[in-house]
Design a protein around this ligand. Structure first.
Ligand SMILES: Cc1cc2nc3c(=O)[nH]c(=O)nc-3n(C[C@H](O)[C@H](O)[C@H](O)COP(=O)(O)OP(=O)(O)OC[C@H]3O[C@@H](n4cnc5c(N)ncnc54)[C@H](O)[C@@H]3O)c2cc1C
Length: 364
């Protein structure tokens, strides 16, 4: 429930920073031990730039919580991942199947599960914190006023540019630049989540994707960190894509964002002391496919359970143990990155058998 309270109380059992899927699930579990404050820097409901594709692991996770309301599923409800080598006109469908949701409604729905013992404060930012053997003191800013609030455990669920992670001295993970155009659909698109490699856009370009979403299509592009003038490059990809997809009408909205670019095993950090890092804040995301929702929900829920079942000083150890296999899965995927990003890897991808694609993407 979104809180009408104008300011936080002085003390909670757990404070969770960030109201994405990782933060929502962490609060959901942690409240079993005591009152939780969930703070979100944006006004709620928040608007997260995303493709809104739920992979099989996200779907399995949700099946254990509650059936997804049909109203948030967009048309076509399911899309299969298809690899497209633009220059050689290769379209290679795979068996990877996604549920196609409205991301804003999905995030809001996750928050609706939180009981009254979780206070949710939108437009409230974590500024910093200190921790010692007795607990954590968090500084929050709301309506220009700063508040010191104490807790037994702090959960950093604050995404790719996590302030909690930086304050722990764990550095930050580099980020891709992402742009998404929402285009009016002038005709039906095939039910695929097309991932498109084009050689003419330049070295800073990773790939584009096209996916139908009800009355519109999302056309996204991912650029390597520190790309200059990404808007111009997105204009170029839009022009090229429209030649092959005449169904793509005018762009009604363009959004720019960042996505985590996990490059090494050291990018994955479960936290330190009484502070737990979940979702993208902890580096939990697929380095090979950019899928993060399943990782966020799973690590958030695991952190919440660790807090609910452990003494505050032991919650991090319990969480780190329970997420070791997720870290190992990310390490395994990282080994594929140099191949996937090389020009010969992109060339060979058109010939890679479907079971190998499944192997590269398998796990959370
Ligand atoms: C363009 C794009 C497309 C994507 N498409 C997909 C997809 O189709 N499928 C998929 O599985 N994944 C996708 N992802 C990845 C996915 O969106 C993320 O991995 C997922 O949202 C991570 O969840 P999270 O809870 O860790 O963080 P987030 O969802 O990023 O939430 C973090 C929250 O913390 C808040 N916050 C940050 N700093 C503070 C602070 N100091 N104080 C308070 N609050 C703070 C932010 O406002 C934000 O709301 C995509 C990402 C991008 C950028």
């Amino acid at each position: 429930m979104i809180c009408e309270r104008p300011q936080p109380r002085p003390e909670y059992d757990t404070i969770v920073v960030g109201a994405g899927p990782a933060g929502a699930m962490a609060a959901y579990g942690a409240v079993e031990r005591g009152p939780v404050l969930l703070v979100e820097a944006s006004a709620l409901p928040r608007d997260k730039s995303c493709g809104g594709m739920l992979n099989e692991y996200a779907q399995e996770f949700l099946a254990r919580i509650a059936p997804l309301p049909r109203s948030m599923v967009l048309d076509p409800a399911h899309v299969n991942f298809r690899y497209v080598d633009w220059d050689r006109s290769i379209r290679k469908p795979t068996g990877l199947r996604f549920l196609n949701v409205d991301r804003g409604e999905f995030d809001d729905w996750l928050l609706s599960f939180l009981p009254d013992d979780v206070e949710i404060l939108g437009a409230t930012q974590l500024i910093g914190f200190t921790q010692d053997a007795d607990g954590v003191t968090v500084t929050l800013k709301r309506d220009g006023v700063e508040y010191a609030v104490s807790c037994n455990n702090l959960v950093g669920a604050d995404g790719a540019r996590s302030a909690v992670r930086r304050a722990l001295g764990e550095g930050s993970v580099s980020t891709y630049v992402t742009l998404q155009d929402f285009c009016v659909l002038g005709g039906e698109l095939e039910p695929y989540f097309d991932c498109i490699y084009m050689r003419d856009v330049g070295d800073s370009y990773a790939y584009s994707y096209v996916v139908p979403k009800g009355d519109v299509a999302i056309v996204g592009s991912v650029f390597y960190p520190k790309t200059k003038r990404p808007h111009l490059k997105q204009d170029l990809t839009m022009t090229m894509l429209r030649e092959s997809f005449p169904q793509l009408g005018d762009t009604v909205k363009r959004e720019a964002s960042v996505a985590l670019s996990v490059r090494s095993p050291g990018d994955v950090i479960p936290g330190r002391g009484r502070v737990l890092l979940v979702g993208e804040a902890g580096g939990f995301m697929s380095p090979t496919s950019g899928e993060g929702i399943s990782y966020a929900m799973n690590t958030g829920r695991t952190a919440g359970e660790a807090i609910a079942t452990s003494a505050p000083a032991e919650a991090l150890d319990a969480y780190a143990r329970a997420t070791r296999h997720i870290g190992a899965n990310i390490h395994r995927k990282l080994k594929w990155l140099p191949f996937m990003e090389s020009s010969w890897g992109k060339y060979l991808a058109g010939f890679v058998p479907t079971p190998v694609v499944s192997r590269i993407t398998e796990g959370l």
